[in-house]
Design a protein around this ligand. Sequence first.
Ligand SMILES: [Zn+2]
Ligand SMILES: [Zn+2]
Length: 389
Amino acid sequence: MYKSSFCGVIDELPGIYVDNFENAGEVRARAYFLSHCHSDHTRGLFSQELVNTLEVTGACLYMSEASAAIIEDEMVDERIMRYIRPLRMESTLVTLSSDTNQNVEEQIITVTLIPAGHCFGSVMFLFRTNTKTVLYTGDFRLSVNDISKFGYLNKDNEPILIDAMYVDTTFIDYSYENFPKRTESVEYVVEEIKKWLRDDNNGVALHMSAKIGYEFVFNEIYKKLDMKIYVNKYRWRFYSKIQHLVPSLTNNEKSTKIHSCMNWSEKTDHTKCLTNISSNINFLYIHFSARKWDNYEIDQPTINMSSSNRIDVCFATHCSRTELVHFVRHFSPKKVVGFPNPFPEKLLNNSSKASNTPLKRKVVQKEIKSPEIKVNKKVHSALLKVMFD
Ligand SMILES: [Zn+2]
Ligand SMILES: [Zn+2]
């Protein structure tokens, strides 16, 4: 999770706010959208001001079903649930109410949810009005090859035409040109855990850089080693409700030797994480991060044994610079708004400085007359598999 500076405003869609719920009374949103449940995207979501305003305006909050389940678990004022509208991974018509104060008429837009591959429940929003197509990516990681798997982003084997793209540029810096596939990193981690646990006196502490986003890691460890990962009762409260999706976690610390660690440093003990901790357990600390893997080369190992009991793992839940630039150029939108960093304009043109060969459009840009709704159920079922390749 990294700081997102997105203010919520989509210029093409007046009255819609995405991933920002602050100053609700003042902005009087017609609808809110939440791409995923990291705290830098939920500012103001749990405020009294938001609930009180919704009670007056009746505006709704749209999000994926998984995100709605997380909000239900974390909410402080249960009135918020009246306004939450979980959406499936498909196209939905959303009615924006009229507002005489702001002189806007009722409007119907099509919203399509696309898996964003960032964390549990994370989605992109594809908004379509009669005149505009806008893609808001939220935080995302999609490999170049996966773009074509999402039917909504393609039409007749061509990328759809996008008027404006609001895109996650967390790793636009040159020092993050490459990240390994997450499947590859996890494979190595599993091997190391297996070796370490050959000694009965050993345990494993997994350090993640965000509360959600590592469900795939947990599931893979469980699948390969037949051992669950212990989480504390607060996290278990949520994860116990979605065991069909994340079967790899447990709240029974005695049943496993691996725990999701609450410590920031190897120097502190695990009494915060484990209640029945014996002091002579020899822990292997596994740190997952992307930020510290600057200048990673694609043929470099994806894990690093930084001391005799610590492993650093390169695990990116955002696109690398290469993936990001490729994604944007694939669509060549008319306008690009990057967050938290600006998207360099030169990368949109056929500039020689760009790191990828530009993908040229074969079709002539034309106005989309009416929103087209196609339901592609395959996307949903293949979600977990596709999003981490
Ligand atoms: Zn995030
Ligand atoms: Zn711990």
